[in-house]
Design a protein around this ligand. Structure first.
Ligand code: ADP
Length: 461
């Protein structure tokens, strides 16, 4: 980057210097020409006003005597027919007819004439000023423009020095600029967890904020993954230890004959728990990756799904001495069937498992309107143990349980509500949860009828 900035600075400066030089020279050139012409005009007027200026001999005498005329001033006297009568720099006799010279022509015609061109007599670019005198002959003064070119050439060493200084300045400046430019980015890279993005240029701010928030997201995700892995290992370890222990007791023959059956049962139960846990973990990671579901999204009737789910949970509910019922009406939406089944199942299963003897669970599904959006509303209400307020915000976290032993006893994995949250979020819906300890819990899920629309977020999800 430093090299690039350096190149840019040098390029821009060189361009600026070149442009300035060209402009200055042009202006200089014009001013010099104008001044030269002005002095020629005055000189011509002065010479023409002198007595006998129309005579070659007296003109020659004036020019010779005029010491101040300086180098480069040439005086020519041309007869009306163009014949050169006198020239201060060349032999008049050897010069060709000058009637066709533009300034002479003009002077003969209008009294005065001026011009600039290459002089074949002098062999240089020359400016001329001619004046017709009373006698009819033309007095012409001229001088070369070499002086101007000379002045320009004099500027070249100065330009070289300027360019050298600019190159040095550009490298220092590019180094400073690069350092300044990079500093906030480097600062951020060294400490991605800092709360505020470092002071930076206004143009860089959105980019820096984006990088910073992405960095934080990546770190948070890495942290969550690490925590999840630790939790998973811990969750797997308990049933595996139990299985290994019971199996060893049976294998070594330490277990009394009458307990073998019970130990085998324990092994079976723990293996089931492991399976359930692994299934839930796989399911969550599938949802995390947004893995393509086996079936495509389709029009499903959530009411019919809830009905089927309640039906299949009747036996389970009876085991807990809980009644489960369902009501509502046909409520269609576009969704993944399997996800909708999981959603209803997980909520109903919790409502049964965290219920009290003789309690009840009621499930209702109905199509409603949330503002402009057509939605499907699923409500699972139980008369169970309830959830204390301070836990409400966390029960959707992976492996978060209010009562760990009850969860494990009833075959919970601590992942059911995390899966629910995922499914609802992916469907663009919201979850609301209300709970009173000792009275029961009501969970309401709103899902948009059409995929693609997203509802305002409620609490919980
Ligand atoms: P689990 O497999 O432990 O049931 P979930 O993710 O389904 O895990 O639920 C997380 C925790 O939220 C549960 O352990 C339980 O403490 C609490 N919970 C969930 N649903 C209910 C409910 N209907 N009534 C009371 N507590 C509940």
């Amino acid at each position: 980057m430093k090299k690039k900035i350096n190149q840019y600075l040098i390029g821009v400066s060189a361009f600026a210097i070149a442009l300035t030089l060209i402009f200055t020279t042009c202006i200089f050139w014009r001013v010099e020409l104008e001044q030269g012409m002005e002095s020629l005009r005055e000189t011509t007027r002065l010479l023409a006003s002198l007595e006998g200026a129309g005579q070659p001999e007296s003109l020659a005498a004036y020019v010779e005597a005029w010491e101040e005329r300086g180098e480069g001033l040439r005086v020519t006297l041309i007869a009306q027919d163009g014949n050169v009568l006198y020239d201060s720099e060349a032999d008049a006799a050897g010069m060709d007819n000058h009637a066709d010279r533009p300034e002479v022509e003009e002077a003969i015609r209008s009294g005065t004439g001026e011009g600039m061109r290459y002089s074949s007599t002098i062999g240089a670019s020359t400016i001329y000023c001619a004046m017709r005198m009373d006698s009819g002959s033309v007095l012409r003064t001229s001088m070369t423009t070499d002086g101007v070119l000379h002045a320009f050439l004099q500027l070249i060493p100065l330009a070289i020095v300027m360019i050298a200084v600019l190159v040095a300045l550009a490298s220092v400046l590019s180094m400073v600029l690069t350092r300044r430019f990079i500093a906030p980015i480097r600062e951020m890279a060294l400490d991605p967890l800092r709360k505020e993005t470092p002071e930076t240029y206004r143009e860089l701010k959105p980019l820096m904020e984006m990088i910073s928030s992405q960095q934080k997201e990546v770190l948070a995700a890495a942290g969550m993954r690490q925590e999840f892995t630790a939790n998973v290992s811990h969750e797997l370890k308990t049933p595996l230890t139990a299985i290994s222990g019971y199996a060893e007791l049976i294998e070594t023959g330490i277990a009394p004959e009458k307990d073998v059956m019970r130990f085998a049962q324990e092994i079976h139960q723990n293996a089931d728990r492991l399976l359930k846990l692994i299934n839930d973990i796989i399911r969550l990671s599938e949802l995390d990756m947004g893995a393509a579901e086996q079936d495509r999204e389709e029009r499903v009737d959530l009411h019919a799904i809830a009905k089927g789910c309640v039906e299949s949970l009747q036996v389970n509910a009876r085991n807990y001495d809980v009644t489960i019922s369902e009501n509502g009406e046909c409520a269609q939406l576009t969704a993944y069937r399997q996800q909708m089944e999981e959603l209803v199942y997980n909520l109903c299963d919790n409502a049964i498992r965290y219920n009290v003897k003789g309690g009840s669970v009621s499930v209702s599904v109905e199509p409603i309107h949330q503002g402009e959006a057509a939605c499907v509303c699923l409500t699972v209400r139980d008369t169970g143990i309830g959830i204390p307020n301070e836990h409400l915000g966390r029960i959707f976290e992976r492996f978060y349980r209010v009562d760990k032993s009850r969860s494990k006893q009833t075959g919970g994995t601590g992942l059911g509500l995390a899966i629910v949250k995922h499914i609802v979020a992916q469907a663009g819906g919201t979850i609301r949860i209300r709970s009173t300890v000792g009275k029961g819990t009501t969970i309401t899920v709103l899902l948009p009828e059409e995929r693609g629309s997203r509802l305002e977020n409620g609490n919980g999800a």
